[in-house]
Ligand binder design. Structure first.
Ligand SMILES: [Zn+2]
Ligand SMILES: [Zn+2]
Length: 617
């Protein structure tokens, strides 16, 4: 894959100078050059490719053409290109400002917040910048000092030299002072709240806007404690990891690197000259150049003499996924960590009296509340997985048809990602439950399993080779609708005699009502049967035998290692298990010679669907 050399987008803000054009070779026709956006997919200024077959295209166009894989799998969690890298030439003082974090910015600005780092490329003798507060101050004092123009008295003024690095977490008040040249690596966002601009006027003769109220809301008013947690990197956070390369050209004149599938690599040349060599090509570099190496491009060699900053994107430190399990009557929403543990979960009624879009919006509110409760930003979230009863187009995130909740052609993934800006994947709810059991539950050691969820309907999920059996394009199988009784009871799907018409809770209730003319819940039916009611015991046995018939059919069809039962099951589960185990032993094709599957109850119970949905990501 190519080594892309990038031409920056240039910005002529009033505080800029001439050094980027004069000393760093930035091509620019104007006079003042304040910022060169050397790695940018931001709509306010894109980098343009300057070599090879993509020459003339923006970096954004290149990514659109080649697909997101060129960014690497660690970037899947970002909706946009994750970072923005700039050279900044501050001839004059920059405004005093603060950036919000993701939570505040996504809520109030509809874009990401901003954490950034500065690498001081050069600084004048008395150069100084502002970085947080000297001492803790109150909101009131902060507001008063902004109004009176005395804020700088309480800011932490830091003298800087060439080679210094500062990490500016969102919420840190800061300003670049005059006579400083900086390489800035930041989240791809342009949200800045200015609190003081030295009373300057812009080219249009007007003062730039200040955003005092918002700044007060997001600013961290305690002094920064320096830590060394990014070691051995220059900077390391969920948004970027930056390393410094010093190759002096004599003692060290060659460095080998490798760009894997996890992340692209940005190489920013601060000084020096030489070549970047790959199997396919050799690209010259010099001071001020910026290169983008696509993920998976493999080994390269950097030769010559250089100071460079190398930026990559690592996996998130504490990834959380949202799992949503929509079922006929109840919907569960949970936060699941990387070990498939449920951090928290809540349950709401599944609403069929409002539109699917309205209900999905309600689900999003609850999910966001859950994140909020645990102080987890949306950006801390790998994505959302959703299990929905019915036929699901997994590729496009659309529920084609669901007889249980009356949905058809509902764009679930679009509706959710419009509210929670992270990747959203969907699958059939029973498939999700089966996946949950296979990654974290009873079937943890199985590659092939079938899981039945008894409830309003009978959902069946099939896992083969550790993955959901997806059918052809559309989600999963509909084994609940296998006919076990020709010409039998009418099913919600339109056929007669489906397993679901007998083995669902509704099927059991109907059978009991017919037998004893009393409308009872499944629990009560089982209780009375085992309490000595002979008529109801026959109902329970017939029910269990029909469920067992369906299970034997599935065992014959898929030859799984295990069949798992879950959902709304009454007590007396051991009795049911024994009954159906006997059927499996006697009726599975080939019997003992035919590898009769194990039969077990769900270990994750109600959490299976949520954990499975989360593990779609
Ligand atoms: Zn800033
Ligand atoms: Zn059916």
């Amino acid at each position: 894959m190519p080594v892309l050399k990038l031409k920056p987008a240039c910005k002529d803000y009033l505080w800029g100078g001439h050094r980027l054009a004069d000393e760093y070779g930035v091509e620019y026709d104007g006079d003042i050059l304040a910022e060169a956006w050397v790695l940018s997919c931001h709509p306010d200024g894109m980098s343009v490719i300057d070599n090879g077959s993509y020459k003339g295209k923006t970096l954004r166009e290149y990514i659109d053409l080649e697909g997101k894989r060129v960014l690497g799998r660690n970037c899947r969690r970002f909706r946009e290109f994750p970072i923005l890298i700039k050279f900044i030439d501050a001839k004059d003082n920059l405004s005093i400002q603060v950036h919000p974090d993701n939570r505040y910015a996504l809520k109030n600005e509809g874009q990401y917040g901003k954490t950034e780092m500065w690498y001081v490329m050069d600084a004048g003798e008395d150069a100084c910048l502002y970085y947080g507060f000297k001492k803790e101050i109150t909101k009131e004092e902060f507001a008063r000092r902004i109004e009176q123009g005395t804020l700088t008295e309480v800011l932490n003024a830091v003298p800087v030299n060439k080679g210094d690095m500062l990490f500016i977490e969102s919420g840190t008040i800061h300003a670049i002072g005059k006579d400083i040249l900086i390489a800035e690596i930041q989240q791809n966002s342009n949200v800045t709240y200015r609190v003081y601009d030295y009373g300057r006027v812009g080219k249009d003769g007007r003062k730039r806007d200040l955003h005092i109220e918002k700044a007060i809301a997001v600013t961290n008013r305690v002094p920064i404690v320096k830590d060394n947690s990014s070691y051995p990197h220059v900077a390391d956070c969920d948004y970027f990891t930056v390393d410094k390369l010093n190759m002096d050209g004599s003692f060290l004149k060659k460095v080998e690197g490798e760009v894997g599938d996890a992340s692209f690599e940005s190489i920013l040349i601060l000084d020096g000259e030489g070549v970047i060599r790959t199997d396919e090509e050799e690209v010259e570099y010099k001071k001020g150049d910026s290169f983008f190496l696509p993920a998976g491009s493999g080994k390269y060699v950097l030769e010559g003499r250089c100071d460079a900053l190398i930026t990559t994107i690592r996996a998130k430190a504490a990834p959380v996924r949202i799992g949503i399990d929509i079922r006929g009557s109840m919907t569960r929403i949970g936060l699941v960590d990387i070990q498939y543990q449920m951090l928290d979960c809540l349950q709401i009624e599944t609403r069929t009296d409002i539109s699917p879009e309205e209900f999905l919006s309600q689900i999003c509110d609850e999910a966001l509340r859950l994140l909020d409760k645990h102080q987890i930003g949306v950006d801390q979230c790998v994505g959302v997985g959703v299990g929905v009863p019915g036929t699901v187009d997994r590729k496009n995130g659309i529920v084609r048809y669901s007889n249980n909740i009356g949905w058809s052609q509902v764009k679930v993934a679009d509706a959710i990602s419009a509210r929670i800006p992270v990747p959203v994947l969907i699958a059939n709810d029973a498939d999700c439950a089966a996946l949950g059991e296979s990654v974290a539950g009873e079937g943890k050691d199985c590659q092939d399993l079938v899981m039945l969820r008894i409830g309003t309907g009978v959902g069946v999920g099939v896992i083969l080779n550790g993955d959901i059996f997806g059918g052809r394009g559309f989600g999963g199988s509909e084994l609940g609708h296998m006919v076990i009784m020709d010409g039998g009871e009418k099913c919600t799907c339109g056929r007669r005699g489906c397993l679901e018409a007998y083995a669902s809770s509704a099927g059991l209730k109907r059978a009991a009502l017919e037998a004893v003319s009393i409308d009872m819940e499944p629990g009560e039916i089982f209780d009375r049967a085992f309490g000595g009611d002979k008529v109801l015991m026959r109902v329970v046995e017939t029910y269990t035998r029909r469920l067992g018939t369906g299970i034997v059919n599935m065992a014959n069809g898929f030859r799984p290692q295990m069949v798992i039962l879950g959902g709304e099951l009454p007590d007396n589960q051991e009795w049911m298990l024994d009954y159906i185990r006997r059927m499996l032993n006697e009726e599975c094709f080939g019997r003992e010679q035919g590898d009769v599957p194990e039969l077990a109850m769900s270990a994750l119970l109600d959490n299976a669907g949520v954990i499975g949905a989360a593990s779609l990501l």
